[in-house]
Design a protein around this ligand. Structure first.
Ligand SMILES: [Zn+2]
Length: 138
């Protein structure tokens, strides 16, 4: 069974690689390479997988899930300039793909030892664009 919790945060970013010229970055990322940055209202969906606890009927405590998302994602990223304020985006281009992968990295350890496993991180950068990120497990 799967359970999904949604959260929103607003952040700005520049999509550019420091070792490329402004022209090369513009060719690669378009207007998103503008060094002054631009913002998005990101919508995050975190999906857990597991069997409900027979006693509680829940895969994972959903208020705890909300706290994990707030602590690891919303508080550090909301109203931030990702490139300047949120590591590793001083070194890693904060594309929606890379932000989704970083969110996975930040929240995944919180489910260790519980009935739930992190199944998917879906991150919408706009209403029309999202990525799904899930790490393979051996
Ligand atoms: Zn953007």
């Amino acid at each position: 069974m799967f359970v999904t919790r949604k959260a929103e945060f607003s952040a700005s970013h520049v999509c550019a690689q420091p070792d490329l010229t402004p022209e090369q970055n513009r060719a690669a990322y378009g207007p998103a390479a503008n060094p002054n940055g631009h913002g998005h209202n990101y919508v995050l969906e975190v999906t857990l997988e597991g069997e409900p606890d027979p006693a509680t009927g829940m895969i994972f405590d959903l208020s705890q899930l909300k706290q994990i998302i707030n602590r690891e994602v919303v508080e550090p990223m909301d109203h931030r300039f990702l490139n300047h304020e949120v590591p590793p985006f001083d070194r890693v281009v904060p594309t929606v793909e890379n932000v989704a992968a970083e969110i996975w990295r930040r929240i995944e350890p919180a489910f260790e030892g519980s009935r739930a496993r992190l199944h998917n991180v879906r991150l919408y950068e706009t209403e029309d664009l999202y990525v799904d990120y899930a790490e393979d497990r051996a």
